[in-house]
Design a protein around this ligand. Sequence first.
Ligand SMILES: Cc1cc2nc3c(=O)[nH]c(=O)nc-3n(C[C@H](O)[C@H](O)[C@H](O)COP(=O)(O)O)c2cc1C
Length: 167
Amino acid sequence: MDKQAFRKLSYGVYVVTSWGDGGKPTGCTANSAMQVTSDPAAVAVSINHDNYTNECIKNTQRFAINILGENSDPGIIGTFGFKSGKDNEKFNNNPTIKDYLPIVEGSIAYITCKVTKTLETETHTVFLGEVTGAEVTNPNDTPMTYAYYHNVIKGTSPKNAPTFIED
Ligand SMILES: Cc1cc2nc3c(=O)[nH]c(=O)nc-3n(C[C@H](O)[C@H](O)[C@H](O)COP(=O)(O)O)c2cc1C
């Protein structure tokens, strides 16, 4: 199997948010978001069993996809993608809440969802979400692609990302 072929799949860069213990806003960086249907609108994300975000989505049955732009602070990706919300506060102030979900400041759009189905794989849960709200908050930035993150920002992906490939 030539795993380099997986690198030819295209993605964006997102922060999937939800609520943790004690009503703490939290979430993780994810590239694995896709629109599944348009009417009714539905999206899906794939979240590792070991990620705190996974249990938060299971507990609340809600998640938001916060879409990052090329000019979003790359520090957001680090905060949400390389630490666990289990023992870290990922939001440094009270976030804006939309449709019961915390929104990441500096994202360019968000899509809020209610879980309708889950699919368990060996390592990840695929959450299917019925879209309950969506808004473009910064129309002037271009959505960041996963390729841009790797090639321009020179970012990496940790083991829990579904797209992780050991070098
Ligand atoms: C660019 C990038 C993409 C990622 N994509 C995913 C993903 O799609 N699914 C996933 O479960 N983890 C993904 N991760 C890893 C999680 O963000 C990371 O394990 C995070 O620390 C989990 O935080 P949590 O324990 O607070 O949920 C990605 C990380 C990066 C940097």
